[in-house]
Design a protein around this ligand. Structure first.
Ligand code: NAP
Length: 487
């Protein structure tokens, strides 16, 4: 007699109610997997869009691409819509797809232990849960990185990280200092230069800036999108193809696209910064797109504003009155914003995760985080990550990436659900083989051309998907089951 597998009712924990967590809950429930709890340490939905509320916050991926494929939005206000509109979009999706009711807010998962074939969760509040499958949707740009600057605690004004914006602080008319020149700082400079008495931008490294415009959508545009959903879908497809082209070009430092990007950035600088001395201080000495490319409207205008000063002398320290640079000059300030980025290798830590036979994630990741295809870790069965280590963070819209990854995970989950197996995790060989190939391929990407950036790991290897995006799509289309330990 042939033994048939019995289907299982699976219970899921999704960790994080940001873009990827909301996506997971929607897709699981749509597939009839309705026993889902979403754990969220914050008090509202949105992940990065909840935590970042700084003036000028926007997404430099066009909004009609930075949307779920299953819930396009005819009402985006701009080509690149502002942060609060994006957060509102995720909140609406969560409401409309009944995700909200599944979320436990203010309940941070402290540990996940794999015991007797199931994941035992405990939150910092002491709540316990036992589930079959964990989906970690805990984000990448999440843990603020604070700079180690002498005397920062002595500052008499207000100081905070860009991802912890203090809205009780009066910015209008203030003498504002911003440390950093990443995407965040640049957006803030443009938004604030007119509002402050004086803006000092402390630049450690100059940035290449792509010219960009951000036109609003008219009421007619929005009506047309609403009346004709195929137009909206067509626009998304068009944007998606454009980004595929970018994602294919960026993994080859010598590609024609990278040359075009370099030319466009150089022309932007030459054409828009009048003072030759300032222009040279704004000119990077590395290849464009090596660091995360800045796509900003108005940055060069803003930094030439009479209120603004680009400070390129090194910071010596912070004093009660402001920032002192190594030339001995004191830059007097009321507010100091640290736009100094994130600890991108922290991922889901400090959560304690213990897999099969007591294998501790802390030990597995002691050197650096790793996972097979960014999704699965050997000996951590039925534990899957979205936007996990070494994925396409610099290549494409992270929503598109998470949707593809979730589609892949759902195929693994289908096997568990059908009762074909009880445990699935990548084999150590598959992960090591993938990682070796990834490290080799990363050498010819633009991220390896000689600059400091958050893409680089402790070895200086880009912690990024180094192949064309079409290859990522192909890889995500169907799991290669010989890469998995199936019990
Ligand atoms: P970031 O790109 O990591 O930039 C951090 C900045 O702080 C860099 O200019 C860095 O200088 C500087 N810095 C760090 N420590 C410093 C120190 N001790 N002294 C002086 N300067 C210091 O961080 P981010 O701007 O927050 O952006 C992070 C990522 O978030 C972006 O790359 C992007 O992926 C995402 N983001 C996207 C958007 C968007 O529109 N989609 C907007 C904001 C952020 P060095 O360059 O010298 O290291």
């Amino acid at each position: 007699m042939v033994e048939t597998a019995a289907p299982r009712n699976l219970r899921f924990a999704v960790i994080g109610a940001g873009m990827a967590g909301v996506l997971s809950a929607v897709k699981l429930t749509q597939a009839g997997l309705t026993d889902v709890t979403v754990y969220e340490k914050g008090d509202r939905i949105g992940g990065t869009w909840r935590e970042n509320t700084y003036p000028g916050l926007a997404c430099d991926v066009p909004s009609h691409l930075y949307s779920y494929s299953f819930h396009l939005n005819p009402d985006w206000s701009h080509v690149y819509s502002p942060g609060d509109e994006i957060r509102g979009y995720f909140e609406r999706v969560a409401r409309e797809y009944d995700v909200e009711a599944r979320i436990r807010f203010n309940d941070e998962v402290a540990r996940c232990d794999f015991v007797d074939g199931r994941w035992h969760l405990e939150t910092v509040n002491g709540h316990q849960d036992v589930v079959d499958v964990v989906i970690a949707a805990t984000g990448v740009l999440h843990h603020p990185r604070y700079p180690d600057i002498d005397g920062i605690d002595t500052f008499a004004g207000k100081v905070f990280h860009s991802a912890r914006w203090d809205h009780s602080v009066e910015i209008d008319g203030a003498r504002l200092g911003i440390v950093g020149t990443g995407s965040t700082a640049v957006q803030m400079v443009v938004a604030l230069v007119d509002r402050v008495a004086r803006l000092s931008l402390f630049q450690r490294t100059a940035q290449w800036v792509m010219p960009s415009t951000n036109p609003p959508y008219s009421d007619d545009d929005k009506r047309n999108f609403r009346d004709d959903p195929t137009r909206l879908a067509g626009l998304r497809d068009h944007l998606s193809q454009r980004f595929d082209g970018f994602a294919d070009g960026i993994v080859d430092a010598t590609s024609p696209l990278m040359r075009m990007v370099a030319d466009a950035c150089r022309a932007n600088l030459e054409d828009n910064v009048a003072d030759p001395e300032l222009r040279e201080r704004l000119r990077p000495d590395y290849q464009a797109a090596c660091k995360r490319l800045i796509a900003a409207e108005g940055f060069y205008d803003a930094i030439q504003h009479p209120n603004a000063e680009l400070v390129t002398e090194k910071i010596a320290g912070v004093e009660p009155e402001g920032v002192r640079t190594v030339d001995g000059r004191l830059h007097e300030l009321d507010v100091l914003v640290l736009a100094t980025g994130f600890k991108v290798d922290a991922f889901m830590r400090p959560m304690r995760v213990t897999g099969r036979n007591g294998t501790r994630l802390e030990e597995v990741w002691a050197q650096r985080p790793n996972a097979y295809l960014s999704i699965s870790i050997p000996n951590f069965p039925n534990f899957f990550m979205l936007n996990g280590p070494n994925g396409p963070v610099g290549n494409f819209s992270l929503i598109g990436v998470a949707e593809l990854q979730l589609g892949y995970i759902m195929q693994l989950v289908d096997r568990l659900r059908a009762g074909e197996c009880r445990e699935i995790s990548a084999t150590a060989e598959a992960m090591e083989h993938h990682e070796a190939a990834r490290v080799e391929a990363a050498k010819s990407t633009v991220w390896s051309t000689g600059c400091r950036s958050w893409y680089l790991d402790d070895r200086g290897v880009p912690a990024v998907w180094p192949w064309p995006f079409t290859r990522f799509r192909e890889e995500m289309a169907a799991p290669k089951m010989d890469a998995f330990d199936v019990v």
